[in-house]
Design a binder for this molecule. Structure first.
Ligand SMILES: Cc1cc2nc3c(=O)[nH]c(=O)nc-3n(C[C@H](O)[C@H](O)[C@H](O)COP(=O)(O)OP(=O)(O)OC[C@H]3O[C@@H](n4cnc5c(N)ncnc54)[C@H](O)[C@@H]3O)c2cc1C
Length: 417
């Protein structure tokens, strides 16, 4: 079924009896041309683009739980292209362009909303750094406007401009940035991939690899062995564990990141606002909840839930920036497992095993990458060549020291990114 306004009207008038499941629920076949491990945003997007751009449909996505139950359904949904370093800037620029056409491409309402992002700055040095970042964004074809304090006040009148600890000097405004409904992104890619012939296999955990003479031949799963000519890993926070099954180590540490949402409120926050000094970012969902987050829990863990000190830390930062938030009741908080790379940039490459490809290291920024990650990973899997926007994202860059992309300029260390 193609979704349209007319279809909604027709179903509304006929008792909503015509809607079917969004994707098929097939039994796994014994062999595929390509297997994608991980039914998160990146795995599902890869399947969509493999089918759509490369005509490859003898493909399966294997997901240990349910589609979209990982980080893709747990994030704070910020979509932006305000990256600075060569390698990252053109990749995220490419991703934002794909976001802008995604709903038509998928025939699915992912609620992509370009409401604008404002990154606040609080010192002269930070202003210089943001001005440089903004100029670079404009040069590469993205948008950026440097705001002074009054400029920020016009957009965000509810902030505390009198705070003395980190006075607001201004902000870098990125109007094309914004947010999207995270579950819908997973569902939209899943529906499209399934319609094009890709098998989406849920409750199917990969437990091992069949490797002969350094070449991958298939996987062992909780639903039996499945053979494949090529296998792509898109398992985010579980990357180290899955790579270990194939016998190699990756430069990834898994850390917990928490998110929070308040009760539904009338519209108060029009933009996405980030407050780097306090490590806090916030937006308002279409249901009215204030959605916000902060820093990592700062110790390696595979637990998809967080600790209380971070709840306190994030709440403190929130109160410093916008004391009005103290009146809102917090409804829920949750955690996700982040695949942190040493330089804060992702890895997309062939692995040391022939036929096995790796996609990981998205840190806490991989939601905005979802379309481009799928698009470029599909390119790598289909052609054996990196897409022009991922040439620098090699697995060996930490061993060789060549091409490290340290976006935060904090040094090559996991917990600083
Ligand atoms: C709290 C929080 C806030 C965030 N905020 C933002 C944000 O605002 N903007 C942004 O850009 N990014 C954000 N992120 C990061 C972003 O969500 C992730 O980088 C991105 O979702 C990771 O890619 P994915 O969607 O493919 O991961 P996932 O959805 O985690 O998909 C990986 C899948 O692999 C499956 N899997 C693992 N092991 C196996 C196995 N052995 N066999 C089969 N399947 C397996 C998992 O079950 C999972 O479904 C945030 C993350 C969190 C947790």
């Amino acid at each position: 079924m193609r979704f349209s306004g007319l279809q909604v009207l027709k179903e509304g008038l006929t008792g909503n009896k015509g809607w079917g499941p969004h994707w098929r629920d097939p039994e796994p076949k014994s062999e595929y041309d390509i297997i994608i491990i991980g039914g998160g945003g990146h795995g599902l997007a890869t399947a969509h683009y493999l089918a759509k751009e490369h005509g490859l449909t003898n493909v399966a996505v294997l997901e240990r739980g349910y589609l979209g139950g990982g980080n893709v359904g747990r994030n704070t949904t910020i979509v932006r292209a305000n990256y600075m370093l060569p390698g990252n800037s053109e990749f995220y620029s490419h991703s934002l362009k794909l976001w802008e056409g995604l709903e038509e491409d998928l025939n699915y309402n992912v609620m992509h909303s370009q409401r604008g992002i404002i990154n606040l700055f609080h010192s002269d040095g930070q202003r210089d750094a943001f001005a440089r970042r903004g100029n670079q964004m404009i040069n590469q074809g993205d948008d950026a406007i440097l705001l002074d304090t009054d400029g920020v006040r016009q957009h965000l009148p509810y902030l505390d401009f009198k705070q003395t600890r980190f006075p607001i000097y201004g902000g870098l405004y990125h109007p094309r940035g914004g947010s999207a409904r995270h579950d819908a992104v997973a569902w939209g890619f899943a529906r499209s991939a399934s319609q094009r012939g890709v098998d989406l296999i849920q409750n199917c955990e990969v437990t091992g690899f069949d490797i002969v003479d350094g070449v991958v031949r298939g996987v062992q799963t909780s639903r039996g062995p499945i053979r494949a000519k090529k296998i792509g890993m898109a398992v985010a926070g579980r990357t180290s564990q899955v790579a270990e099954m194939a016998g190699f180590r990756v430069p990834i540490e898994s850390h917990v990141l928490q998110a929070f949402v308040t009760e539904g409120l009338k519209p108060v926050i029009d933009h996405v606002v980030t407050y780097g000094m306090g490590h806090f970012y916030i937006s308002q969902s279409d249901k009215g909840g204030l959605v916000f987050g902060g820093d990592l829990d700062m110790y390696a863990s595979y637990a998809a839930r967080g600790n209380l000190p971070i709840v306190e830390h994030v709440s403190e930062a929130a109160m410093t920036l916008m004391p009005v938030i103290g009146k809102a009741k917090m409804l829920r908080s949750w955690g996700g497992i982040m695949d942190m790379s040493p330089d804060g940039s992702f890895i997309m490459d062939k692995s040391p095993i022939d036929g096995l490809y790796i996609n990981c290291g998205w840190c806490y920024g991989g939601f905005k990458a979802t379309p481009a990650s799928g698009h470029t990973f599909a390119h790598l899997l289909a052609t054996d060549q990196p897409h022009p926007t991922t040439i620098r994202h090699r697995l060996d860059r930490f061993r060789t020291g060549r091409g490290v992309m340290d976006e935060e300029a904090t040094g090559s260390q996991h917990n600083l990114h």
